[in-house]
Design a protein around this ligand. Structure first.
Ligand code: FAD
Length: 375
């Protein structure tokens, strides 16, 4: 229900299976088979056949046409009911009982024993534990003999040292470019949407670059410097932007500097940019020197921020790490350790970027695990 800001980014339609798998890094190969049998095309067909209309937005992001995550839930719920699936809610599994190399039952918190031929663990990761994914499945898998690759929060917002992002909290910027610099060297960048918050920055491009930021923060030598640079006008180079500002300054030449940026910037950023530019906001535009204007242009192309740390599991979108891929059969999702156990979803050691990749991982592995447990 909270996915895609309540709209549920169901899947990712821009890439073929191979390209899609590559987005999960070197571990992505594990997904090739699952994506070939139940990839984005099949997911869209599945939902459309259940009368959930979908639409594809920029960057291949697929959403329900209604923009309501709730509709995805309804469709899935109806599908389960129609197929005679018994749904038990508010039934916490406490323990998995194993005999030899087989699971013989699961024990719920209220003392019920559930017995089945085959079991799928699909308890998700540890991100946003308030929504139910508290990481229990990792403990069970470990106790059953599986290796758990170190769990880390992934796709996380970033805490920023400077105070000004806080002043812009709630503001979303579209089509901006965020780059990471290590000791002045550009290391990575992302283009798209960014959100200012009370602790720093969030939004798709921030979540996507957070892994790299986390790695550089960890690797940072004592006096090393990690900076983020926000380009507010990536479509314009310095010269073009300068010309654009000159035009604005001619248009507003009798206005005060602080009142001259309305065409260029969202309201919430104007005071911040004026302050950061070092130009007196009460100066009349026609008194601004060429040097000052140039400084402003550079600032708009490079708003610098110092990342302090990534936010933890409570604010992470997904969990990196999980049940080792070496111990799961990629064609069946069957455990290589326990005879009648399967895995699906985020519990598996795979994590993708934002854009529908992570739910696609769940649909694909869930489909394969389901096909192999229903025989
Ligand atoms: C805010 C937010 C927005 C997101 N938006 C998107 C998006 O738009 N697109 C996208 O692709 N991905 C998105 N993701 C990621 C995506 O939601 C997850 O990767 C995905 O839901 C994981 O699915 P899962 O089935 O593996 O686990 P989950 O969806 O976490 O489900 C696990 C289930 O197991 C249950 N469970 C756990 N422990 C127990 C227990 N002991 N007993 C009984 N039940 C238990 C939980 O209650 C839960 O219902 C988002 C994540 C967050 C947090």
């Amino acid at each position: 229900m909270v996915t895609g800001k309540g709209r549920c980014n169901i899947t990712q339609a821009e890439f073929n299976s191979k390209e899609l798998a590559d987005k999960f890094g070197k571990e992505g190969r594990f997904l090739l088979y699952a994506l070939s049998v139940f990839g984005p095309k099949q997911v869209i067909e599945f939902f459309e056949n259940l009368k959930l209309k979908t639409k594809t937005e920029r960057g291949g992001r697929v959403f329900p046409k209604s923009d309501k995550a709730e509709d995805v839930l309804q469709v899935l719920r109806c599908y389960l009911v129609k197929n005679g699936v018994k749904i038990l809610v508010n039934k916490k599994v406490k323990k998995i009982i194993k005999e030899n190399n087989r699971i013989v039952a699961v024990l719920t918190e209220d003392g019920e024993k559930i017995i089945a031929d085959k079991y799928i663990i699909a308890t998700g990761g540890k991100a946003y534990p308030m929504f139910g994914s508290t990481g229990d499945g990792f403990v069970w898998a470990k106790n059953l003999g599986h290796t758990i690759i170190k769990l880390k929060p992934a796709l996380t917002p970033i805490k920023i040292q400077e105070k000004w992002p806080k002043e812009a909290q709630g503001l979303t910027l579209k089509n901006v470019l965020l780059s990471i610099y290590e000791n002045g060297k550009k290391r990575d960048n992302r283009f798209g949407e960014l959100l200012f918050t009370h602790f720093g920055i969030s939004g798709p491009i921030v979540l996507d670059i957070s892994k790299t930021v986390g790695e550089f923060l960890k690797l940072r030598k004592n006096n090393g410097e990690i900076k983020l640079s926000l380009d507010l006008k990536p479509a314009l180079d310095l010269e073009t932007l300068d010309k654009r500002i000159q035009k604005d300054f001619i248009k507003f030449n009798r206005k005060l500097f602080k009142n001259s940026l309305d065409d260029l910037l969202p309201q919430k950023l104007i005071d911040i940019v004026v302050k950061l530019s070092g130009i007196n906001g009460n100066k009349q535009v026609n008194e601004i020197t060429k040097e000052e204007r140039r400084k402003l242009v550079k600032l708009l192309k490079n708003l610098e921020m110092t990342p302090i740390e990534l936010l933890g599991f409570n604010k992470a979108i997904i969990t990196a790490g999980g049940v080792s891929l070496k111990e799961i059969n990629a064609k069946t999702m069957k455990s290589k350790i326990i005879e009648n156990l399967y895995f699906a979803g985020e519990i598996i050691n795979l994590d993708g970027p934002t854009g529908g990749y992570n739910l696609q991982l769940c649909w694909s592995t869930g489909y394969v695990a389901g096909e192999n447990t229903s025989q």
